[in-house]
Design a protein around this ligand. Structure first.
Ligand SMILES: C[S@@+](CC[C@H](N)C(=O)[O-])C[C@H]1O[C@@H](n2cnc3c(N)ncnc32)[C@H](O)[C@@H]1O
Length: 283
C-alpha cells in the first residue's frame, strides 16, 4: 500500500512530466499567448506596486512570466527569483531572459509547495495561472505571506468560472469517442478555485485583498490552428494523447477540428475570450 507522501511524490512527478511534455508547445505559441496576455503581467506588477530595486519571487513561472516583465521593472538593482517544477519550461525561460539581456533573474527548479525561502525574503511575490491548480494552495498562501517583507504584496491571476467554455469538455468527450476509453483524470484541473480566492487569501493572513477581472483574448488564423495550439500547450490534451498511436492522434485532432468549427468566425478565424481574476493582497 502506498503512503500519502508516496502518492504526493507520484502526483508531483506526474505534473512535472505533463508540463515538461508541453514546454516546446508553449514556446511555439508564445507570441499568440502573450499578444493576449501581456497586459495581465503589466496589471499584476502595477497591483503589487513593484518599484526599481525590489526583490521578487515568481512561482510557477513557466517559460518566464511574469518574471521577465517584473525583471525589467525592478531594473539592475532589483532581483527576481523564478521557480517552476518543469525543467523544460525553465530552460526556455532562461534562454528568453538571456536573449532579452536580463541578468537579474535566477531560475530555480522547485515544487511550489516545497519552497522554503526564509521569512521576509521578498518585497513582492507573483503567480500567474498556477496557484489554484496546486492541491494545497491554502497552505502555500500562508507560506507566501511569511516570505514577504512587511507591507509586501502577493499578486496572482486565476481563470474565472465563466471562462469554462465547452471547449475543455469537448476535448474529453472526443477522446472518449476516439479512444473508446475513460480519459485519465485531467491534471492540473482546468478549474477555477472552489472557494473565492479573496477568502482563501484573507484566511492566509493577507490584508487589503482586492480582485478585478481582465479579458484574455487569443486569436488564431483557423480552427485547425486553434486545435494544434491545444494539442501543443495543454497538459490535459497531451496526457490524453501520450500513449495513442500517431494514427489515433491524427483522428482525434481531425474530430476536434470538426467539433470546434461551429465556434469559428465567419472568415474562418478562431478567437477565444477568457476572463481571468487578478487578486492582490498585502502582508
Ligand atoms: C499555466 S502554466 C503558467 C506559466 C506562467 N506563469 C505563465 O503565466 O505563462 C502553469 C505552470 O505551473 C507549473 N507547475 C505546475 N505544478 C507546479 C508545482 N507543483 N510547482 C511549481 N510549478 C508548477 C507548470 O510547470 C507550468 O509552467
Amino acid at each position: 500500500m502506498k503512503t500519502g507522501s508516496t502518492d504526493a511524490k507520484h502526483d508531483v512527478e506526474r505534473q512535472r512530466q505533463q508540463w515538461d511534455r508541453v514546454a516546446a508547445g508553449w514556446e511555439k505559441w508564445w507570441r499568440t499567448i502573450e499578444d493576449g496576455a501581456q497586459h495581465v503581467n503589466d496589471r499584476l506588477i502595477d497591483l503589487a506596486d513593484v518599484a526599481p530595486g525590489k526583490r521578487v519571487l515568481d512561482i510557477a513561472t513557466g517559460i518566464g512570466e511574469p518574471a521577465l516583465s517584473v525583471a525589467r521593472r525592478v531594473g539592475p538593482a532589483g532581483r527576481v527569483v523564478a521557480t517552476d517544477i518543469s525543467k523544460q519550461m525553465l530552460d526556455i525561460a532562461r534562454i528568453r531572459a538571456s536573449t532579452s539581456g536580463l541578468t537579474n533573474i535566477a531560475f530555480i527548479e522547485a515544487d511550489a509547495e516545497r519552497l522554503d525561502f526564509p521569512d521576509h525574503s521578498f518585497d513582492a511575490i507573483f503567480c500567474r495561472w498556477g496557484i489554484t491548480s496546486l492541491p494545497d494552495h491554502p497552505n502555500l498562501l500562508v507560506k507566501i505571506e511569511r516570505m514577504l517583507t512587511p507591507n509586501g504584496s502577493f499578486a496572482t491571476s486565476v481563470w474565472d468560472e465563466a471562462s469554462r467554455l465547452p471547449l475543455t469538455s469537448i476535448t474529453i468527450t472526443v477522446a472518449q469517442e476516439v479512444f473508446h476509453s475513460a480519459p485519465p483524470r485531467p491534471e492540473p484541473p482546468p478549474e477555477a478555485p472552489q472557494d473565492p480566492l479573496e477568502g482563501v487569501m484573507a484566511r492566509a493572513g493577507f490584508t487589503d485583498v482586492r480582485t478585478e477581472k481582465l479579458t484574455v483574448a487569443l486569436e488564431f488564423a483557423s480552427t485547425e490552428a486553434f486545435t494544434q495550439y491545444l494539442v501543443d500547450v495543454s497538459p490535459v490534451v497531451a496526457a490524453l494523447l501520450s500513449d495513442q498511436s500517431p494514427m489515433r492522434q491524427a483522428e482525434y485532432q481531425h474530430r476536434l477540428v470538426q467539433e470546434f468549427r461551429r465556434y469559428a468566425a465567419t472568415d474562418g478565424s478562431f478567437r477565444i475570450r477568457n476572463v481571468c481574476i487578478c487578486a492582490v493582497g498585502r502582508k
